[in-house]
Design a protein around this ligand. Structure first.
Ligand code: PLP
Ligand code: TYF
Length: 394
């Protein structure tokens, strides 16, 4: 049997992680995989997460099964965190999923079940796993223009021109904030235009929100998602807690749908639970319980929000420092976009050859599409990166 298997394409981001590990240089700089690192290069367990785990350890009396949707306090907490009342509760359905990726996977399966002919539109570029899962599920998909490689901003005219071709029932996947890999995001005004277009076309927006709190703040980063959810009849939201709670390996996400009315929301809830049952039955609980514990305890929540703000501001500080350094070295404003981008990533817009040159010459690891993880830097390494960028002639 196993001899019939074929080798599958590897994930270039995960391959880069391995390459970095096996590089013997001590002054190498890891700007690859999207994991937050503090100035010492450590991905810390957040204080509120430790405290919540202790509370759970002290009070939990059973580890029996929860329910197919997972812990209700978690689902309610996530609905509030992401949507904060933007849509009537009875129109929302939700389940716990293994990470944001689990939510994306189940969302695609739900689309396939409901409207097998629908085309899923993804930004060009997008997170590689979006495409990989769509291909794996054999679903129709196509790309819409997103990034302008000259300005390193969103090519909004190009995006709207492409989205003018969506058909009723098509699904348009949008990054709720902190676009991965580019770092370039729509303004709220532009989001409003997208909502109006999708509504006019009868298309269904699907929001992937994996970095809430990493861009402009917890509420600011959810504004676009809330605007979309409130502005259309139906919507799908895949949320991840991996980054903003720093619980990557716990695999904690949520899939939510917004339906036209309560009756359709019940149908959707049934399908979400059915999909969980087919794929893994009960969703993982530990991470979801940590999140629910933090969101429902005033002191833990305040501490989590404070630490998340520290994380966000650290990345913003690094962005400003790098943009200033490049301004000084090049005597131009060509790299000012780095300070304008939001989230962990910026795509600096250069060739794979120049990315490779920076790796070979300076031990700088960024993804071949020239995406760098800002959190991989610190105050000391920013000038080294700036020099390497200039030396490579980016
Ligand atoms: N969506 C995007 C755009 C991401 O960058 C990630 C990152 O890991 C995810 C979803 C899913 O994250 P996870 O499955 O680790 O929660
Ligand atoms: O884009 C990133 O780097 C993060 C982490 O298969 C990640 O989203 C990367 C690749 C992958 C899973 C997660």
């Amino acid at each position: 049997m196993l001899e019939h298997l074929t080798e599958q394409p590897a994930d270039k981001i995960l391959m880069l992680m391995q390459a970095y590990k096996s590089d013997p240089r001590t002054d190498k700089i890891d700007l690859g995989v999207g994991v937050y690192k503090d100035p010492k290069g450590v991905t810390p367990v957040m204080r509120a997460v430790k405290a919540a785990e202790q509370k759970i350890w002290e009070t939990q009396e059973s580890k029996s099964y929860t329910s197919l949707a997972g812990e209700p306090m978690y689902i309610e907490g996530m609905i509030k965190l992401v949507l904060n009342g933007a849509v009537a509760r009875e129109r929302i359905s939700g389940v716990t999923t293994p990470g944001g990726t689990g939510a994306i996977r189940q969302a695609f399966e739900l689309i396939k079940k409901a409207t097998p002919q629908a085309t899923v539109w993804v930004s060009n570029p997008t997170w590689p796993n979006h495409l990989s899962i769509l291909k794996y599920l054999d679903m129709r998909h196509t790309a819409y223009t997103y990034f302008d490689t000259a300005t390193r901003d969103v090519d909004f005219d190009g995006m709207m021109a492409d989205l003018a071709n969506v058909k009723a029932g098509d699904v348009v996947l949008l990054h709720g904030c902190c676009h991965n890999p580019t770092g370039a995001n729509l303004t709220l005004e532009q989001w409003k235009e997208v909502v109006a277009l999708l509504k006019a076309k009868g298309a269904v927006p699907m929001i992937d929100i994996a970095y809430q709190g990493f861009g402009d703040g917890l509420d600011a980063d959810a504004q676009a998602t809330r605007l979309v959810a409130a502005g259309v009849d139906e919507c799908i939201i895949a949320a991840s807690c991996s980054k903003n709670f720093g619980i990557y390996r716990e695999r904690t996400g949520a899939l939510m749908t917004i339906a036209r009315d309560e009756a359709q929301a019940k149908l959707a809830q049934g399908m979400l639970q059915f999909l969980n049952r087919q794929n893994f039955s009960f969703p993982p609980d530990h991470g979801a319980r940590i999140v629910a514990t933090i969101l429902n305890d005033d002191a833990l929540r305040a501490d989590w929000e404070a630490e998340l703000e520290e994380v966000r501001n650290t990345m913003l500080g690094l962005r400003t420092q790098l943009a200033n350094e490049l301004r000084r070295l090049t005597n131009t404003d060509r790299f000012d976009f780095i300070a304008k981008h939001r989230g962990m990533f910026s795509q600096i817009g250069t060739t794979p050859e120049k990315v490779e040159q920076m790796r070979a010459d300076s031990g700088i690891y960024m993804v071949s599409d020239s995406r760098m993880n800002i959190a991989g830097l610190n105050v000391e390494t920013v000038p080294l990166l700036a020099e390497a960028i200039v030396k490579a002639g980016v």
